[in-house]
Design a binder for this molecule. Structure first.
Ligand code: HEC
Length: 89
């Protein structure tokens, strides 16, 4: 019985430690991604990637706002993608 309690307590402690250590890793990894990477990963799921030169800055702004809803990406990710596209057109 004592052994079981020790195992349970230890696994709870390990779980809490893991949550503490790795809890913030995923959002961090997303923020570290560049606009170009996010663009490549998110914008070709439904269609081919249109070249950045195809649209001007204003057009990219409204397209990315529209596609953010479709892609289900965060505002931050959409902004990075938009800045990348506006810098490459
Ligand atoms: C869930 C599917 C989906 C994802 C993900 C997606 N798109 Fe689209 N995209 C569409 C569809 C459907 C259209 C057709 C036009 C519309 O719905 O407005 C489109 C159209 C476009 C067009 C043409 C717009 C026009 O006015 O001719 C561009 C450019 C575009 N997407 C860029 C992007 C970018 C950049 C991303 C990434 C942020 C993206 N798309 C992600 C579905 C998607």
């Amino acid at each position: 019985m004592k052994k079981l309690r020790l195992i349970v307590t230890t696994s709870i402690l390990i779980t809490i430690t893991m949550m503490y250590l790795y809890g913030c890793k995923t959002p961090q990894a997303i923020t570290d991604k560049s606009g170009a990477t996010l663009w490549g990963e998110n914008c070709q799921r439904c269609h081919n990637l249109p070249p950045a030169t195809m649209y001007n800055d204003d057009q990219w702004k409204s397209i990315v706002t529209h596609m953010q809803v479709r892609s289900n990406i965060t505002k931050e990710e959409a902004t990075k993608i938009m800045e990348f596209l506006q810098a490459s057109n």
